[in-house]
Design a protein around this ligand. Structure first.
Ligand SMILES: *C/C=C(C)/C=C/C=C(C)/C=C/C1=C(C)CCCC1(C)C
Length: 248
């Protein structure tokens, strides 16, 4: 068992993405934490949140990696604990970006509640999937979960978040919120694909995609979304801080 923990099997892309995912999250955290001192006060909290998102993920990847190598199974509980901490923090990022345009705490809480809704039903769908896999179970909880996802998606594209970004009269904020909205539309849509690979899931039953692919999709999506989200916020923070010093 210990040997397993220390080696990455050559023919196991899932194990490979657990290792690289861990290292990438760690490196991104160091980057965001260090760069905090380079942006103006106003933006430091946003960078701190970016760093916390990747750092919390790095710690979970450390354990998920070992769990996967030791058991060969999907580390479902660790995965959802990670997400339950990090996805609400991504909602906080939306709030921080639109705060100057008047975003209220209630907007932040609505997004957080929608994200927890999405994850609780996703967790029930995966963790309580009957032995051998049940399509009706997977579909029912998948749909319930998707309602939370759609709420956040709508807010970012058309609803409150989008409207506040518009109201900010700041083209850089508008652009960044739009890029983050693209992340939610495209990057976050990778997760349901992974979900459908579990036994009983549509891609598992119709195309025969194995449940090993669940983690492959989740790991790739996490790297894109967590690091990508953070970099968009970072780019905005740097450009706005530079503008402020030019004006001063
Ligand atoms: C850093 C982690 C992130 C951004 C995780 C996002 C997760 C999702 C958008 C998950 C969505 C799901 C559905 C929309 C339906 C099926 C169940 C989930 C939980 C995989």
């Amino acid at each position: 068992m210990f040997l397993n923990i220390l080696t990455i099997p050559k023919d196991d892309p899932v194990a490979f993405t657990f290792f690289t995912g861990y290292m990438a999250m760690m490196a991104a955290s160091v980057f965001f934490f260090f760069e905090r001192s380079r942006v103006s006060k106003k933006w430091q909290l946003s960078l701190l949140v970016s760093g916390l998102i990747t750092f919390i993920a790095a710690v979970h990847y450390y354990y998920m990696r070992d769990y996967y190598l030791a058991t060969g199974e999907n580390p479902t509980a660790l995965r959802y604990i990670d997400w339950t901490l990090t996805v609400p923090l991504m909602c906080v990022e939306f709030y921080l970006l639109t705060k100057a345009a008047g975003a209220s705490k209630s907007l932040m809480w609505k997004l957080i509640i929608a994200s927890v809704w999405m994850l609780v039903f996703g967790y029930i769908g995966e963790a309580f999937n009957p032995e051998g896999g049940s399509t009706s179970h997977s579909v029912m909880y998948g749909i319930l979960s998707t309602l939370g996802y759609i709420y956040i998606l709508f807010s970012a594209w058309k609803g409150e978040v989008a409207q506040l970004a518009e109201k900010s009269n700041n083209p850089a904020i508008k652009k960044s919120v739009r890029i983050l909205a693209w992340f939610v539309l495209v990057g976050w849509a990778i997760y349901p694909i992974g979900y459908m690979c579990m036994p009983g899931g549509w891609l598992n039953t119709s195309l025969g995609w194995s449940s090993a692919n669940v983690d492959l999709f989740y790991n790739i999506a996490d790297a894109i979304n967590k690091i990508g989200f953070g970099l968009v916020v970072y780019g905005l923070a740097i450009s706005q801080s530079n503008l402020e010093t030019e004006k001063a």
